[in-house]
Structures are given as structure tokens and as C-alpha cells.
Design a protein around this ligand. Structure first.
Ligand code: FE2
Ligand code: FE2
Length: 242
């Protein structure tokens, strides 16, 4: 049987949305083997909002793997939010890998928040002020950690889960002026170097769903406003309708 991956990002939950998503995930175990959450799970990254997210996805019948997004960092409570989500039974990735078993095969999920910097030819470089260097180095360090995690994760299939985008394709619809704050080509370069079957990301609410890395890996923007449905479902080779 095919491994089926459900994914959504940018649910931006707060107390007013408590209980609103859970019914939309009823029966997900019949449609997918794992649910990936691509960051921006809260609005302002508060502990209270983190509790709402944790309760919403607590003890889902399939494994839930999440990364945080920039909103989830806003109140400096990202570590508390991660603990709350883990206590609710979720796996939270911070530039690491998790391996889960699906239909007797192993699925390696590598991921983290990612970061920006822009895309080849139109990107920031590690030059000039220390602040600029720190910005670019943050993305480079993340990309390198993903490359190592992919290299060191023996699994039958591999998926990358990120908040920021690794490609421009899935930003189509966003103003070009903000592309450097939406993702970085360094992320795609790292994944292309080691190989993966699929990359899912969020963050670009006005972007589009489908793209490809230069190395030909499928990229899907699963931000909730882009999908327009509770979650997308993807196999390792094709998109599945729900
Ligand atoms: Fe978002
Ligand atoms: Fe975001």
C-alpha cells in the first residue's frame, strides 16, 4: 500500500478557534498514514495559543509531526510550545529527523522551521554588516543540518517538512519584493544534494500549491489559505484527492 501523507500549515490558532479544526480531521486515518503540520500553528506564539494547538491535535489516530513557524517564535515561547505539543503526543522537529513505520516501510521525515534569504541570483549574501551575515548564516546552518539529517537517516522514503519555502514556484501570487522573507534556495540545494521524495512547506499564504526543486523534487505549499481545504494528501509519487 502507498504511504499517504496529509499536510497543512498556517492554521494560526487562538482561543477563538478552539475545537474548530478537530472535526475536520475526523476519519483522517482512512485517508492518510501521517499528518504533517508546516508551522505557524499559532498567531502570536503564546503559551496559551500553544495549549489550544496541543489540545486540537492531541491523540489523533495517526502520528502528527510538526515544525514551528515564525509566528510561533514571536513571544519567545517556542520551547514551551514545543513541550506542550510533545506532551500531546506530537513529534516536533527542529532540524532533525524522525522515522515512522507505514505499511511495513520506513518513512523518514526531516525538517524544521527553515528561514529566508531569497533565491539564486536575487538573494542576500554573507557580506557586510554582522546583522546581514547572521541572517544568511542562520539559513546556511539550517540547510546544513537538514543535509546531514537526510544523509544520516536510513529510511525507505524521505519527506522534508519546513515552514519557509525552498523554491520560488510555490510563492507565485505573493509580491516578489517579499520573496527573500518567504524562503531560500539554500534549503532546496541541501535537499537536492541528499535526495527526498517530497517537500512540504507553509508560510506563503498568497502563494500556490505546486512546485519543483531544481533537482526535480516535488514541493507542495500546504498553507491553509492556499489549500482551501483542511489538509492536502500526497503520496510519495503523486497528489491524492481528499
Ligand atoms: Fe502563516
Ligand atoms: Fe509564517
Amino acid at each position: 500500500m502507498k504511504v499517504r501523507i496529509a499536510a497543512v500549515g498556517d492554521i494560526h490558532m487562538g482561543e477563538d478557534l478552539r475545537g474548530r479544526f478537530r472535526p475536520r480531521f475526523a476519519g483522517i486515518e482512512e485517508r492518510a498514514d501521517v499528518l504533517l503540520l508546516a508551522g505557524d500553528l499559532t498567531r502570536h506564539g503564546t503559551e496559551e495559543e500553544g495549549r489550544v494547538v496541543a489540545d486540537e491535535f492531541r491523540d489523533l489516530p495517526i502520528p502528527v509531526v510538526a515544525v514551528l513557524g515564525n509566528h510561533d517564535y514571536h513571544s519567545d515561547a517556542e520551547e514551551i510550545i514545543s513541550v506542550l505539543l510533545r506532551d500531546a503526543g506530537m513529534i516536533v522537529l527542529e532540524d532533525q529527523a524522525a522515522v515512522i513505520e507505514c505499511h511495513g516501510e520506513t518513512l523518514g521525515i526531516v525538517g524544521g522551521k527553515g528561514f529566508g534569504g531569497g533565491f539564486a541570483g536575487k538573494c542576500a549574501s554573507e557580506f557586510g554588516e554582522p546583522e546581514t551575515k547572521a541572517f544568511v548564516r542562520h539559513t546556511k546552518d539550517i540547510a546544513e543540518r537538514w543535509r546531514v539529517a537526510l544523509k544520516e537517516t536510513p529510511a525507505d522514503h524521505r519527506v522534508v517538512l519546513t515552514h519557509y519555502s525552498p523554491v520560488k514556484d510555490t510563492l507565485e501570487g505573493e509580491p516578489k519584493e517579499i520573496y527573500p522573507f518567504l524562503g531560500s534556495y539554500l534549503l532546496a540545494e541541501a535537499v537536492d544534494a541528499e535526495g527526498a521524495d517530497l517537500i512540504v512547506h507553509g508560510h506563503a499564504h498568497l502563494g500556490s500549491e505546486k512546485g519543483l526543486t531544481p533537482g526535480g523534487i516535488r514541493v507542495r505549499n500546504v498553507a491553509l489559505p492556499v489549500l482551501g481545504r483542511a489538509y492536502g494528501v500526497y503520496s510519495l509519487k503523486e497528489d491524492l484527492n481528499v
